[in-house]
Design a protein around this ligand. Structure first.
Ligand code: MN
Length: 383
């Protein structure tokens, strides 16, 4: 009988989702969805006959997780008995004094790794998991700064939250840095990790990032869920991704050059939005639409109104519009107008003629652009 585990990481319970421009009822549904995702993991573990569930950190977000989340986790893990639950805290759920991990009363099947060096837990005869926990959010230690396990008999797995430096996404923070080659060099058959939200199943290198089980940012597209890890007596390890996500992310870009009214922009953007939603469940999909191109400065592009119009028509759970357009201003034509706009343009043009340097000229370009946006009735935001 192979030993079977289900590995997850980066669930981020209690996340606010405010960064996606999502609030109120939708943010609440998304948070509820994260809890349901954990329940689904338990269900899948039972159905697949798993002996354990391992968590590679960022199970919750420390500054948001309160007593209700604590009870939810205690009750959920307790209900999974006799499946064992092994938790390696990460940077978002670090083992700070008074943290949820430290204060909760866990059922006997739960083990939390609370040292920043590997400590062993024997799972069954000859199979050991070595785990560690981040004790502070800014921990940057080397997870593999340990005695190699190569000299020991049996099969050894590592479980931790860390940043594999060879595959680090741009801008991703470095917590627990290591390299994939360290895994085998130190004698481990595989490292079950968390931190990167994109799934990476590398059987050859012995590295597993399951990715966030439900998408948390617009970049987290595609199917998601935990990964089943099977270890047979010879030490052979098999990874099988299990897709369980209920929420989806979609991103699209839409060139709105030459559109002469905000209604035409909505039509074009909506078509792009619908194309991005193809094959997905709109009620559980969040779409980001990037508007690109050069648009006449007098066309009011107000992201909020565009989002509202597109949400209503496409039925997507959430639409986020990013205005990346370059406004085009036909200053000569506007300057001839007998209007406030005309007077404004003439005044800015007069200043431009006497601009002492390039910085001042660039500033006056912005004055022209934002001034015309304001005068066209747009909500003025930085482009
Ligand atoms: Mn994370």
């Amino acid at each position: 009988m192979p030993y079977r585990m289900l590995h997850l990481a980066d669930l981020h319970l209690d996340r606010s989702f405010a960064g996606l421009g999502c609030q109120g009822d939708l943010a609440r549904r998304r948070r509820q969805g994260l809890r349901e995702a954990l329940r689904a993991v338990g269900q899948a573990a039972r159905e697949r006959g798993c002996d354990a569930v391992s968590v590679g950190g960022d199970l919750y977000e420390h500054e948001r997780a309160g007593i209700d989340t604590e009870r939810f986790l205690v009750e959920t893990f307790s209900s999974w008995q006799p499946i064992r639950v092994l938790i390696a805290p990460g940077n978002h759920d670090a083992l700070l004094p008074g943290s949820l991990y430290r204060r909760a009363e866990w059922s006997d099947n739960v083990h939390i790794f609370n040292d920043s060096h590997f400590e062993p837990v024997e799972l069954n005869d000859g199979l050991t998991v070595w785990g560690l926990g981040h004790r502070e959010p800014a921990w940057q230690g080397d997870p593999f700064a340990c005695e190699p396990v190569s000299g020991l008999s049996g099969i050894h797995l590592a479980l931790f939250h860390g940043a594999e430096l060879g595959s680090r996404p741009e801008g991703k923070s470095i917590h627990g840095p290591f390299r994939v080659a360290d895994v085998r060099r130190r004698g481990f058959s595989a490292a079950l990790c968390g931190h990167y939200h994109r799934r990476r199943v590398d059987a050859a290198g012995g590295l597993l990032y399951p990715g966030s089980p439900e998408p948390l940012t617009f970049d987290e597209t595609g199917a998601r869920g935990p990964v089943c890890v099977e270890i047979d007596g010879s030490g052979e390890i098999r990874f099988t991704p299990v897709d369980l996500n209920r929420w989806w992310m979609a991103s699209t870009a839409c060139n709105v050059s030459d559109q002469s009214s905000s209604a035409a922009v909505v039509d074009t953007a909506e078509a792009a939005c619908r194309a991005a939603l193809a094959g997905l469940d709109p009620e559980h999909t969040m779409v980001r639409v990037d508007l690109t191109g050069t648009v006449d400065g007098s066309v009011p592009l107000d992201a909020y109104s565009l989002e509202a119009a597109m949400k209503e028509r496409s039925l997507a759970a959430h639409v986020k519009v990013r205005d990346l357009t370059t406004p085009h201003v036909n200053a000569a034509a506007v300057a001839a107008e007998r209007s406030t706009r005309g007077a404004f343009v003439r005044a800015v043009q007069a200043e431009m003629e006497s601009a002492p340097d390039e910085d001042e000229a660039a500033l006056l370009d912005d004055v022209m652009c934002y001034g015309l946006m304001a005068l066209s009735g747009s909500e003025v935001g930085l482009r």
